[in-house]
Design a protein around this ligand. Sequence first.
Ligand code: SAH
Length: 196
Amino acid sequence: SDVGSQKERVVTEEEWLQKWEMANIGFHKEQGHPLLQKYLHVLLNGRSGLRIFFPLCGKAVEMKWLADMGHSVVGVEISEQALKEFFAEHSLPYCEEPVPEISGAKKLQSTSGNISLYCCSIYDLSSSIVGKFDGVWDRGALVAVNPCDRQRYVSLMITLMEKKSSYLLVTVSYDPNKHKGPPFYVPESEIKSLFG
Ligand code: SAH
C-alpha cells in the first residue's frame, strides 16, 4: 500500500504535551485494551513475576492490571501530566526521583515499588538504565512514533528485550491517504523488516 503521505509527517514532543494539556487524548482507553486480555497468555507464557515494559505508556490502565498480577512494570512517557494522572486515577502513592544518567528526566515510582515510570523520551533510555524485559506491551507506541524514527525505535526496543521475551504489538489498519495520523499505518511487511 502507499504510505507515502505519512512518511514525512513529524509530531513534536511539544505537540504531544499539548494534547495532554488539552485533554485531547482519544487514544486513552479507560477500560483497558481487550487485546491484552485476549493475548495475556502469550505475553506471560506461563511465567510469573515478569518485568514488563510499556513504551510511550501514557496513563495506560494495563500497567495497573499487570502490577496487580505481581509483575513489575516499567513505562516511559514524555508527559509528566500523563504519569501523574495515572497514579492519581488509581489512588497509588508514588515518589519522584531524578535519573542520574539522563539530564532533566524523572522516575516516578509507586511506593509499593512495582511500577516505575520514566518521564523522558524513550530515545534517552538504554538497557544500562532500565535493564531488560521479559515482555513488552506496545499499543499506541510503534504506531505513534514518527515514521522517520521507526527503525531507531525498533532497534532500541530489541536491545531492551531478554532472550526469551514476548512482544505484543497492536497496530491499526486503514488507508493512510485518508488520515494523517497518529496513529500511523505500519504495514505488516514493514513490521517484519523492522523487527527482522
Ligand atoms: N500507549 C498509551 C499511549 C499512546 S499515545 C496508550 O495505550 O494509551 C502515545 C504517547 O506517547 C503519548 O502519551 C505521548 O505523550 C507519548 N510520547 C510521544 N513521543 C514520545 C517519546 N519520544 N518518548 C516517550 N513518550 C512519547
